[in-house]
Design a protein around this ligand. Structure first.
Ligand code: PGA
Length: 246
């Protein structure tokens, strides 16, 4: 595992952006695994700027997002499809049909999970998967206790995850209770993994990530066995991990 410690969120976003841009430079038809949440927002802004400055062409790029809330339509402002359109896709020259996100409104959700996993296999697996980490170590919506063998599946969201995401909804009752998420095994299929963590809020999770053995109680620990895994972390998120060493 490579660990890149950067000064702050701005530098983290720039580093992540340049790794993604290099990937696309190496392979114009790259498949990217993307994530939602606040952590990748700065990276997306940097990617948009790179596109506007003519650094990157997304016309042959495909993307897979990790997850989607069940019950929210693509035009719901809190759906992950809407988030991705607003924060990245509508600002770059990627074709809509090359951007994949689970359908949280599918009539048959079990079938949707199977369909999505097949797509990941057929079009992917991603050359590069961008990930955030939850305060409880979740990746995607894979909460503690999720099997490392899991593929795309339906999850019941934990109270802590719903509370963490409630800030985006007008009330707690509006926060969906279920989601479709790529599983741990699906995520590990990616050729390279880029995990981002920023801010004091993530310091405990990062300390645990660095120190813990592989355990299903801490989903991000599954990444430690991946053959090409990079963690970019800013000083605030890294500080507890260092405290131990000094
Ligand atoms: P955040 O979420 O980027 O909004 O902190 C990360 C996650 O929960 O996976």
């Amino acid at each position: 595992m490579n660990i890149i410690v950067v000064k702050d969120y701005k530098e983290l976003s720039e580093r992540a952006c340049s790794i993604i841009e290099n990937q696309i430079e190496m392979r114009a038809a790259s498949v990217l695994g993307l994530a939602t949440g606040s952590t990748p927002l700065g990276t997306y802004q940097e990617l948009i700027q790179g596109y506007e400055e003519g650094r990157t062409d997304y016309s042959r790029v495909s993307t897979f997002n990790l997850d989607e809330y069940i019950g929210l339509s693509p035009d719901h402002p809190q759906s992950y499809r809407y988030f991705m359109n607003q924060k990245l896709f509508s600002h770059i020259n990627i074709s809509d049909e090359n951007t994949y996100i689970p359908d949280g409104k599918a009539e048959d959700l079990q079938k949707e999970c199977i369909r999505y996993e097949r797509l990941v296999e057929e079009i992917g697996p991603p050359d590069l998967q961008l990930l955030g980490i939850g305060e409880n170590g979740h990746i995607g919506f894979n909460e503690p206790g999720t099997s490392f063998e899991s593929e795309t599946h339906i999850v019941q969201l934990t109270d802590s995850t719903r509370e963490a995401n409630a800030r985006f909804f007008s009330s707690m009752e509006d926060v969906p209770t279920q989601a479709v998420t790529m599983g741990i095994r699906s995520i590990l299929k990616s050729r390279r993994i880029l995990l981002l963590a920023s801010g004091e809020r993530k310091a405990t999770a990062i300390k645990q990530f660095i120190e813990s053995e592989r355990t299903e109680q801490f989903p991000a620990s599954s990444l430690k066995d991946h053959q090409d895994m990079t963690l970019i972390v800013d000083q605030a998120a890294y500080q507890k991990a260092i405290e131990k060493e000094t």
